[in-house]
Design a protein around this ligand. Structure first.
Ligand code: G6P
Length: 602
């Protein structure tokens, strides 16, 4: 949720500021940086708001060859300078940045630190004060004091700690929060994700939960919490650094919307051998053996799961349940005899989803993570992984990961259905359909000016809006509404078109924008009826309709594609509508207020 970066062994200030800027998508309500020049000077600077505020506060003499930095998404305490990280011990000896949540911080505080005066409301300060206390009172070196504290801590963390009495070390620890250790030539670097520091190194060590390490400029010692040596291999990461740059685009969100046709083509290439679908046979077998599939996800990924349910049920015949991970984790339903779990997660780090996966693993049940991030926590911990191959998604509002999730679920559905010998799956010409999706998406993104006009006409001043649809259009209505509200702050609800009249239609008044989606052959006429109901109450209706159901006056005619895959194209004008509504209001499209891209707290 928060972003952390640390470096030892080279001029640290710019490396850290760049890393922070790349990590800003993880949280951006405040930021801080600690630098030590190993000549007896240490500097701490913190600022509320974006990294540029922090940069503006730094004076030229604040330099160092060791440093740790943090960009925050507040959990404990408001986004203030005092609560920003690094947190420090009262004697200014220890400095700590933290991503995660310490669950027993209040207990630790009461038990060990009743005599300490705290300067922040954070759980993190408890940890740094406690390290200081153990170091002083037990006369322990920093690494030993740190490990002693870690053995008492319950919760999630990625920690970077510096001790001003041995400042050429960064001590790090990981549990349930992402952290990568980058290996350089004469320096080492630590970050929440590898992409943020790709300009520094391509060699990374993937730390596991329970790992602690003592990192200096040319040495890395990794141990477990009991002090046993742990060996973690370094590997070269094969990521295109351009994939995480904006190029000529003003915002990542539009770049990522525009990339969707290419993602469809890549999936059609990588998951097919000629026209034959190609999925790891072990995954196909495990899913085919199941009597029920459970899809768990959060946010946009959950909406992709709702579409996946339709695809998987149609092409495999296996019943599918879709759950919000945050609910499912604490209210497990009665499971079928042979369940198969699918975790849909762009980042592979969502804490709510991980809670469910941990329980699935405890019960020794088979699971598949469908994710965009190879080596992410949920990928590592599930039995199997399928990759979205969408390239890094930087804008907080998810776009290309959603369409990739829909496509990969379709790929899985076809593979499993074929394994089960179903004719409907054999007849499903998915490779061709993904080609149609790519073409259709291209046509829609090429027509983006039209969507910009719609946004200007209907969404410039409205405070609320609706999306309506039936069947898979209902799932897209939920996603369209989420997109619009998260980036434009227009309060938007997605509704099953017919359900609106059972209460919520009371909110429709003159000028209320209602986006209606029409792809479902079974209900296209009925949805037209629902449109008339809201029109007669003054709504401004925007219609996105499939070619075969389109009528004169519809705003967007959706290119032809099979109905269950129609979300691949329907969502594109919805994404664009959200993008332009936000951009036209002058908002920061890529970093909407209060949000974070990767939510690693429950
Ligand atoms: C956050 C993001 C959403 C995303 C959700 C699930 O809330 O802001 O865009 O859909 O997390 O993330 P995941 O990485 O699990 O797909």
């Amino acid at each position: 949720m928060c972003g952390i970066v640390g470096v030892v062994g080279k001029p640290a200030r710019d490396v850290l500021l760049n890393g922070l800027k790349n990590l800003e998508y993880r949280g951006y309500d405040s930021a801080g940086i600690y630098l030590n020049d190993l000549q007896g000077h240490q500097y701490l600077t913190k600022a509320v708001g974006r990294i540029k505020n922090l940069e503006a506060k730094l004076t030229p003499d604040e330099q160092g060859v060791v440093g740790i930095a943090h960009t925050r998404w507040a959990t404990h305490g408001k986004p203030t300078v005092a609560n920003a990280h690094p947190q420090y011990s009262s004697d200014n000896r220890f400095y700590l940045v933290h991503n995660g949540v310490i669950e027993n911080y209040a207990t630790l505080k009461n038990k060990y630190l009743s005599d300490v005066e705290f300067h922040s409301d954070t759980d993190t300060e408890v940890i740094v004060q406690l390290v200081d206390k153990f170091a002083r009172e037990d006369n322990l070196p920093a690494f030993a004091a740190f490990k002693k504290v870690l053995n008492l801590v319950e919760g999630s963390y990625a920690f970077l700690l510096v001790d001003n009495t041995e400042p050429d070390h960064i001590f790090i620890a990981k549990n349930k929060s992402p952290m990568m250790l980058g290996v350089g030539d004469g320096f080492n670097i630590i970050a929440s994700d590898a992409i943020s520091v790709l300009d520094q190194t391509r060699t990374f060590i993937d730390l596991h939960d329970g790992d602690v390490a003592d990192v200096t400029k040319d040495k890395i010692v990794i141990e477990d919490l009991q002090g046993n040596a742990v060996d973690r291999p370094a590997k070269e990461l094969d990521i295109d650094p351009n994939a995480s740059s904006k190029g000529t685009y003003e915002f990542f969100m539009l770049k990522e919307i525009d990339e969707q046709p290419a993602v469809m083509r890549r999936l059609a290439q990588d998951y097919f051998d000629g026209n034959n679908v190609k999925v790891d046979p072990a995954i196909v077998q495990a899913a085919a053996d199941s009597d029920r599939i459970y899809i768990l996800a959060a946010g946009t990924s959950y909406h992709a799961g709702l579409v996946g349910k339709n695809l998987l049920e149609k092409y495999t015949g296996i019943p599918v349940e879709v759950g919000l991970a945050s609910e499912f984790g604490y209210h497990f339903p009665r499971l079928s005899k042979k369940p198969f779990f699918i975790f849909l997660t762009q980042s592979g780090e969502t804490a709510d989803s991980r809670v469910v996966l941990t329980q699935v693993n405890d019960r020794q049940l088979p699971s598949l993570t469908i994710t965009n991030v190879e080596g992410s926590t949920l990928s590592r911990e599930a039995t199997y992984t399928m990759l979205l191959k969408a390239g890094p998604e930087i804008a907080v509002a998810s776009t290309k990961a959603y369409t990739a999730q829909v496509a990969v679920q379709a790929i899985l559905a076809k593979a499993v259905g074929e394994k089960l010998g179903l004719q409907v799956a054999r007849d499903f010409d998915l490779k061709h359909q993904l080609g149609l999706a790519a073409e259709g998406m291209q046509q829609l993104v090429d027509g983006k000016e039209k969507i910009d006009e719609l946004a200007k006409k209907y969404l410039a001043t409205t405070r609320n809006a609706f999306y309506i649809g039936r069947g898979v259009d209902y799932a897209v209505a939920l996603e369209g509404a989420l997109k619009l509200k998260e980036v434009s702050y227009i309060q938007t609800e997605g509704f099953a078109a017919a359900e609106l009249k059972h209460g919520t239609i009371a909110l429709i008044e003159k000028g209320t924008p209602v986006v209606a989606l029409i792809n479902d052959p079974a209900t296209a006429d009925l949805t037209r009826g629902n449109i008339r109901e809201v029109q007669s109450r003054g709504a401004n209706v925007i219609v996105f309709a499939a070619k075969e159901f389109a009528q004169p006056g519809d705003d967007v005619v959706l290119p032809q594609i099979e109905y269950y895959l129609s979300p691949l194209v329907t969502v594109v004008p919805a994404q664009l509508l959200a993008y332009y509504a936000s951009k036209n209001k002058g908002l920061d499209v890529d970093k909407p207020r209060n949000l974070a891209k990767s939510v690693t707290v429950e």
